[in-house]
Design a protein. Structure first.
Length: 331
């Protein structure tokens, strides 16, 4: 069995909390991943919610009978070096970053009752080889991971274009240098397709990353848009499709996972995680550097595509049943 979740901010264009949660519950999810939300005071990244806003968020989760699988934080999506490289990426001194964004993310995980926090591996200067910055990225990541571990959390490092950990080679070196059981890998096949990798290469990277797997993000990509070079214009990516309809290798990944699930679960349990999460992040109506959008209709299509693929590859999962409904409640 795997646990299904989804980035529910992709459901609502306005990021309204009730639109997000009602549709997530309606399509059958019992768990969600949080990123952007409007609880009545404007759209915010969940890290920026005030304590009263956090209390509203927790109440709405309870109202819809939802739990939080992971915090989809942007931790690590900042420059590693304070240089003008032509991008709009921000730079934050590490000490300040740890005391501010990282500390707020950790506290929010505690409020939301999740042990999983998604993060990234920092931006090297645009045009520079990521391998040249692995040592510094690993140093900063270890400080973040140690703080997460102190709070009983697990930090999931996502493979993504333009970052230091943009492919399996770089990500594995980071994981091995950090060498901490509280850091795991978040696999995302579409993030490799957009860099020009073919399906066979992606599956090969999956095999290498699997021993360090924490959870899986599912979005698929049909073709490479202006592939080549060492930088991807994320705002121009426009060929996202439901799982199994693109080149991201999810069919092969799930087939392999079915054969390896016992080992994966054992590794997760050694890190204090009860199950493997497959997190839907479809981007069916658009995606960019800090998020995406699918709409309620696209999110439903994406979930059906994912479950169809899981069914075909004989991987078990559970969707909401009558016993999960919160009966007799009103706002």
């Amino acid at each position: 069995m795997v646990l299904l979740s989804g980035f529910c901010d992709e459901i609502s264009a306005s990021k309204n909390v009730d639109e997000q949660f009602s549709v997530a519950a309606a399509v059958g999810l019992t768990h969600v991943t949080l990123r952007f939300v409007d609880v009545g005071s404007g759209v915010k990244n969940v890290l920026n919610l005030t304590q009263p806003e956090q209390e509203i968020l927790v109440e709405r989760l309870r109202h819809y009978g939802l739990q939080v699988a992971s915090l989809g934080s942007p931790i690590g999506k900042v420059k590693l070096v304070d240089v003008d490289d032509g991008t709009t990426n921000a730079y934050r001194p590490q000490a300040e970053y740890l005391m501010d964004e990282v500390a707020r993310a950790i506290r929010l995980c505690e409020v939301l009752g999740t042990r999983r926090i998604r993060g990234f591996s920092f931006y090297p200067p645009k045009g520079r080889a990521p391998q040249d910055f692995i040592e510094e990225a690993a140093r900063r990541l270890r400080e973040i991971v140690e703080r997460c571990a102190d709070a009983g959390l697990v930090f999931g490092l996502e493979v993504e274009a333009n970052l230091v950990g943009q492919n399996a080679d770089c990500l594995l070196e980071l994981v091995q240098r950090v060498a901490h059981p509280a850091m795991v890998v978040v696999f995302d096949g579409a993030n490799l397709v957009t860099q020009g990798f073919e399906t066979e290469q992606i599956v090969s990277q999956w095999h290498r990353l699997m021993p360090y797997l924490g959870w899986i993000h599912v979005k698929d990509y049909r073709r490479v848009h202006e592939a080549g070079g060492n930088w991807v214009d994320e705002e121009r990516l426009d060929q996202f499709v439901p799982a199994g309809e693109g080149e991201s290798g999810y069919r092969e990944v799930f087939r392999d996972l079915r054969e390896s699930i016992a080992d994966v679960q054992t590794n997760l349990q050694q890190r204090g995680l009860a199950e493997l999460v497959i997190d839907l992040e479809p981007h069916l109506k658009g995606g960019g550097q800090f998020g995406g959008f699918s709409g309620p209709d696209g999110f439903g299509v994406a979930l059906r595509g994912l479950t169809k693929l899981l069914d075909e590859e004989k991987l078990g999962y559970r969707l909401r049943g009558f016993g999960d409904l919160i009966v007799g409640q009103s706002r």
